[in-house]
Design a protein around this ligand. Structure first.
Ligand code: B12
Length: 607
């Protein structure tokens, strides 16, 4: 070893032809200041030993691609290095496509590097540095999707309409309350009482809380009757979660292209333990965050249960205890979203998200009212409270437009999204616009996606950027309605939509697993990894190039913007946002939108 820490290295392709890996490693090590001798391929073991004896290197690094006879060849090589006395001086390292770390260890090599090893990894090993490439991808700091956005209107006319409608909505909601709002405030006080150890107060608050619940949740509070398809988590399951360290598992394959972008996954298998493993797996393969999906019945039942609960069907039960357990599975630098966007427990969900340490929530009055079965007046009053709570907790949220999946045209869905986002800004919050990147019913019927799936999605981004200075996080997942049950097709569609969205300036994308369209059972771990790998591959493919929409995208964007403005004008003229929801101005029966019934007539005047 020389004084400046430069190492003398012999690199040899022990292979008939394959030497590309060896050449790349030789170049990298030279760039780091080492003295490297690279031999040609197809030398005999004896010839290599003879060169090594002349050179007396600090490292002997061999490369092997072909898998035939590999262990025999490598064992012979290691033995001959021993016999020649080379190993007292040199470290023996093997790498290449046919190498596995375990095999190298068994054969007595000092280190082994398999396929997709990064060059930095090898150089760090030679330099004696611990390699932390994957951990570094999380950078130790959480991405802030809203940083740098001013939320001012680029389009002043649309801005004026949005502000006018949003102000009236806030005024209207401020005079009203609901059992959902009352429960949210009781829940805050209840958890405070528990924290301070005031058992009597906690019991009293819990009694008042349960009196405001309904259906199966009420039975659970009153008689302990289990909620259908749920069971308490077994002690061994809870222990598995509690003992889980929340470091990110290092991925087997470098997912470098995912490092600079925010790719978010969704989970909700029903089993918090399974979710925790899926989250960790996804973070290990380069995801930057995870979104919590709760059961659909949770949106239509007044009140949330307590305790750690497992659910047999889709969606993981929303309880503070479940969320707190799951929080343990989330790497501190990863984003975690708990959604509060559609049902009768939205304000309380924002409270739970805050108490459990979530980074984001999801709010939209319009989707829940027109596409998810909640009464518009109820969700409007609860939704405004959510916006207030989120602002007070400093929780950003996306404003989702899933009603597009019911058939509501984008112009109406976007008008609703912009009003809710504006109300959020007026209340001091940090909304994120969430257009769908999808082959929506409107797109199919109107032929917007007949030629390609790029233009209409691009038009949505162009239109929104020309209206408001706000972050965009297309959702959720990207490629909705384009994925089939075929996993290759599904991963490809996801990857291309993700590359398109990120290339068009989206702050983040949420991706499905490759069995998004598979309705035959739970989502598998492999399916989660499929799409993460595909997205990484597509990002590598496109790099700093961009998918170019056709001229039609600009025209679609202009039409979309015009449609948004016309919708907003109609809602403004109507003078009442909630009435506009019931009357179909933001999506009517013909569009496929039906004002929901859950929670009807539960809104009362605020005292
Ligand atoms: C390029 C290539 C060739 C070129 C080689 C050119 C050259 N000078 O290297 C040519 C066309 C000559 C060739 C020929 C053959 N090839 Co060829 N070839 C490939 C190919 C396409 C890419 C390999 C490559 O260079 N990858 C890029 C490098 C950078 O990756 P890498 O070597 O894995 O290196 C990385 C790591 O492994 C690690 N690493 C590598 N070495 C080392 C060393 C150390 C010390 C460390 C720390 C790390 C390390 O770091 C690198 C960076 O990540 C693969 C298939 C594929 N798509 O991968 C087939 C492949 C390797 N070839 C294969 C075969 C069989 C052959 C032939 C034998 C076919 C034949 N019967 O004719 C012939 C050889 C004929 C002969 N004369 O003996 C097979 C091997 C199958 C097996 N089970 O062994 C493959 C997998 C294709 C296949 N699926 O059939 N091939």
């Amino acid at each position: 070893m020389t004084a400046d820490n430069s190492q003398k290295i012999l690199i040899v392709p022990l292979d008939p032809v394959h030497d590309v890996g060896a050449k790349l490693i030789a170049r990298t090590l030279r760039e780091r200041g080492h003295s490297v001798t690279l031999l040609q391929p197809d030398l005999s073991v004896e010839e290599v030993i003879s060169r090594a004896r002349q050179l007396l290197p600090d490292f002997i690094m061999v490369s092997r691609t072909i898998s035939y006879d590999t262990p025999e060849l490598l064992a012979k090589f290691a033995d001959m290095c021993d016999a020649a006395g080379l190993r007292s001086h040199a470290k023996l390292v093997v790498g290449g496509m046919s190498i596995r770390k375990e095999m190298a260890q068994e054969l007595g090599y000092d280190a082994g590097f398999g396929p997709q090893t990064t060059l930095e990894e090898v150089a760090d090993y030679v330099d004696g540095k611990a390699h932390t490439s994957h951990e570094a991808s999380h950078g130790g700091t959480k991405p802030d999707l809203t940083r740098g956005y001013k939320y001012d209107f680029v389009d002043a006319e649309i801005g004026e309409l949005c502000v006018g409608i949003a102000r009236r909505l806030i005024d209207w909601a401020s005079q009203r309350t609901s059992p959902g709002i009352e429960r949210a405030h009781l829940r805050m006080k209840l958890e405070e009482a528990r924290l301070s150890g005031d058992v009597a107060l906690a019991n009293e608050l819990r009694g008042r809380y349960s009196a405001l619940t309904g259906g199966d949740v009420r039975k659970w509070y009153e008689s302990g009757q289990p909620i259908p398809h749920t069971r308490p988590l077994a002690p061994y399951e809870a222990a598995a979660l509690e003992n889980m360290d929340n470091g990110v598992p290092v991925s087997l394959v470098s997912q470098k292209p995912l490092e600079p972008v925010n790719v978010i996954v969704q989970y909700g298998t029903g089993c918090p333990v399974m979710d925790a493993y899926h989250i960790r797996l996804s973070l290990g393969w380069g995801a930057k965050g995870a979104v919590h999906f709760d059961p659909s019945w949770g949106a239509r039942t007044e009140g949330l249960a307590e305790g750690t609960l497992s659910h047999q069907h889709d969606g993981t039960v929303l309880t503070l205890e479940n969320l707190r357990l799951l929080k343990r599975a989330i790497h501190p630098a990863a984003l975690w979203q708990v959604r509060a966007h559609r049902g009768l427990n939205t304000p309380e969900t924002v409270v739970l998200a805050h108490l459990a340490g979530a980074d984001l929530t999801k709010i939209n009055i319009v989707y829940g009212s027109l596409g998810a079965g909640t009464d518009p007046a109820r969700l409007a009053v609860d939704g405004v409270e959510c916006l207030r709570l989120a602002a007070s907790f400093g929780l950003p949220y996306d404003v989702v437009t899933n009603e597009e999946l019911c058939g509501v045209p984008a112009r109406k869905a976007f008008a609703g999204m912009l009003v809710v986002a504006t109300a959020g800004v007026l209340l001091g919050g940090r909304p994120i616009l969430q257009p769908l990147f999808a082959d929506s019913p409107e797109a199919m019927v109107s032929g917007f996606t007949q030629d390609n799936l790029v233009d209409f999605n691009a038009a949505k981004m162009i239109a929104l950027k020309s209206i408001m200075n706000a972050p965009i996080w297309p959702g959720a997942p990207v490629g909705f309605m384009t994925q089939t049950q075929d996993r290759c097709q599904s991963s490809t569609m996801t990857a291309l939509h993700a590359a398109l969205a990120l290339g068009l300036g989206a702050e983040a994308v949420t991706i499905a697993s490759s069995d998004e369209a598979y309705a035959g059972g739970p989502i598998s771990a492999q399916a989660r990894v499929d799409t993460l790998k595909s997205v990484a591959a597509s990002l590598k493919f496109f790099g700093s190039t961009r998918i170019a929409p056709t001229a039609r995208a600009e025209k679609m964007a202009a039409d979309l913007k015009k449609g948004i403005k016309e919708t907003l004008e109609r809602v403004y003229e109507r003078g009442d946002f909630v009435a506009a929801l019931y009357e179909g101005l933001l999506g009517d029966r013909e569009d496929g939108a039906y004002p929901g019934r859950a929670g009807r007539d539960t809104v009362t005047a605020r005292q």
